[in-house]
Design a protein around this ligand. Structure first.
Ligand SMILES: [Zn+2]
Length: 311
């Protein structure tokens, strides 16, 4: 008996301090939010993500293990019901602080009135402010892929920092430092991408789904059309014929597919033509979370546009 109990006490000695520090359990809905969170939370905690690689938030059902993650988290970040409808009901089952990053349509406006009213109210109020500041250059659209506009990504980072400071005030110094470094690097990179993409602003292209307005408007690109507005529905036959006509008349120089969706319909549009096709991953599912993760995602994303649009 003795050796065994000694081993047990040794194990406890080694692991108790870690457990006692009770690392903040942060959960994000989708990969790009995890990438931004991992920039801000570096050296504090590793944010987890619900949506597995290859899945689309437009058509996802939670697995039992996902529901467990939601219940066990301390802090959850999601875009909102306009993107992750699959998460809406399950979020009512958790005691975690839930931070919705995009203001919902009026029908969902009070979705988080429940338990943690103070924290939620503050964050929603601040995100509402951000939204109002942005409305003049966003033409009142409701594209929920908010992380694709780098300035929106910076606002998301700010909300994540504030929520994390609220949940773990003892980490404020690290969180502030991470945010400041991220902001500086992001604004520099944004300038560089702006310069690189400027000469391509008249080159038309077609995207798979209507997800890119944040990026396209920020960098003044010429998106002609999308194969589908709602990727959970099949694109209409008439629309496919229109797109094929546009491609044949060389109005577009590039058609972008996405790894989360079958590219067969794009072949119908482009077959027998010389138009270039390339893949865009709006979710950045190949990028490893950590410091520099969102920056790497944005660089890859811009590079995919540049490579396909130029020459
Ligand atoms: Zn989408």
């Amino acid at each position: 008996m003795r050796p065994q109990s000694f081993l047990l006490s040794l194990v406890f000695t080694v692991f108790l301090p870690v457990a006692a520090a009770s690392e903040l359990k942060v959960l994000t809905s989708i990969a790009p939010i995890q990438l931004i969170a991992s920039e801000i939370l570096a050296d504090v905690t590793k944010p987890d993500v619900l949506l597995p690689a290859g899945a689309s938030p437009h058509q996802y059902s939670l697995r039992p293990s996902d529901v467990r993650k939601v219940k066990q988290a301390d802090l959850i970040f999601w875009v909102g019901p306009g993107l992750e409808r699959f998460l809406e009901k399950t979020l009512r089952l958790t005691d975690a602080r839930v931070v919705q990053l995009l203001e919902s349509d009026s029908e969902h406006a009070h979705v988080h009135e429940s338990q943690h009213q103070d924290a939620s109210d503050n964050l929603l109020a601040s995100s509402q402010q951000h939204k109002e500041q942005h409305e003049d250059h966003h033409h009142g659209d409701s594209d929920p892929h908010i992380w694709l506009d780098p300035l929106h990504a910076l606002e998301i980072a700010e909300v994540i920092r504030d929520a994390a400071v609220n949940a773990a005030p003892e980490q404020q110094q690290i969180l502030d430092k991470n945010y400041a470094e991220f902001a500086e690097a992001l604004l520099q990179q944004d300038k560089r991408i702006m310069t690189e993409l400027a000469p391509l602003s008249q080159r038309g292209f077609v995207v798979f789904h209507d997800a890119y307005s944040g990026f396209v408007e920020h960098y003044n690109l010429l998106q002609l059309d999308a194969v589908t507005v709602d990727p959970s529905r099949k694109a209409g036959a008439k629309h496919i014929i229109e797109l094929r006509e546009a491609v044949i008349q060389s109005k577009a120089v590039c058609v972008f597919s996405e790894p989360q969706f079958n590219a067969a319909v794009l072949k119908t549009i482009t077959s027998g033509t010389s138009i270039r096709t390339a893949e865009l991953d709006p979710l950045g599912q190949k990028i490893e979370p950590g410091k520099g993760a969102y920056l790497a995602f944005l660089a890859d994303f811009a590079e995919a546009f540049k490579a396909c649009l130029q020459s």
